[in-house]
Design a protein. Structure first.
Length: 256
């Protein structure tokens, strides 16, 4: 197998949570470009329909299904993926939130907001991977790619639930990789500041935006598409000897 062949995901099926916008959509369409069939899912049907159209335009098989990672029926989701697409080879846990009531100094954060963030960002990823376990173990080289953040590697002020959830996701990745080896590889990517809906307020505030750019050695926000390559790498045979790894895709943010 050549290095180029190792990135080919033809014949594999991927499920991407939060796969309809920003980083998730970029990863979903990137996986489709690499040859995988892709099921992008989120809570909003119109967004899922648009994402399914995008991956189908790239030649991937797909179908429309909505899933709330905090409460949804992942068992039913993966049963349908196996029935319609023949199995589950790759799971990308990308769904994440950072709502206003979870921001601020610790004394100002509502416990409801804290719980909501942990339910989606950490518990949701675990629920999804847990439900996919038997399908991934049946696959030839199953792979889980979790999407954390630089907030899973360092502290960020006034983002306590988010940082706790992303640190937890990095730790969960490492522990799951140990239990599921050698059949299933589990890795995590840690994006820096990316131009998505989640960072819109940061980018619209000139002084805050400039502060982020100054702190980033590559001197800019990332485009969502720049997360697709790392996710494809970790999902593919090119990373066949990589598990339990956290790959920072942060423009050098955590190098300082």
């Amino acid at each position: 197998m050549t290095a180029t062949d190792a990135f080919d995901l033809s014949g594999r099926t991927a499920v991407v949570t939060g796969g309809t916008r920003g980083i998730g959509l970029a990863i979903a369409t990137g996986l489709a470009d690499a040859g995988a069939d892709v099921v992008p899912t989120s809570r909003t049907e119109a967004d899922v329909e648009a994402a399914v159209d995008a991956v189908r335009d790239r030649g991937a098989a797909s179908f429309v299904t909505t899933t709330d990672v905090a409460t949804g029926d992942f068992d039913a989701l993966f049963e349908r993926v196996e029935a319609e697409l023949g199995g589950v080879d790759v799971v990308v846990n990308n769904a994440g939130i950072n709502p206003d009531d979870a921001l601020g100094r610790p004394e100002d954060v509502s416990m409801e907001g804290y719980d909501d963030v942990l339910d989606v960002n950490l518990r949701g990823a675990f629920r999804c991977a847990k439900a996919a376990a038997s399908y991934l173990h049946d696959a030839d080289g199953g792979s889980v790619v979790n999407v954390a953040s630089v907030g899973g590697l360092v502290g960020l002020p006034r983002q306590h639930p988010y940082v706790a959830s992303k640190h937890g996701l990095v730790g969960l990745t490492k522990s799951m990789a140990l239990d599921w080896a050698p059949d299933v590889r589990v890795n995590v990517v840690a994006p820096g500041y990316v131009a998505t809906d989640l960072t819109e307020e940061v980018r619209e505030n000139e002084s805050v935006r400039e502060s982020v750019v100054r702190r980033t050695p590559l001197d800019r926000f990332a485009d969502p598409e720049e997360l697709a390559g790392p996710a494809i790498f970790l999902a593919s045979d090119a990373a066949s000897y990589v598990t339990g790894e956290c790959l920072a895709v942060d423009g050098g943010w955590t190098a300082r």
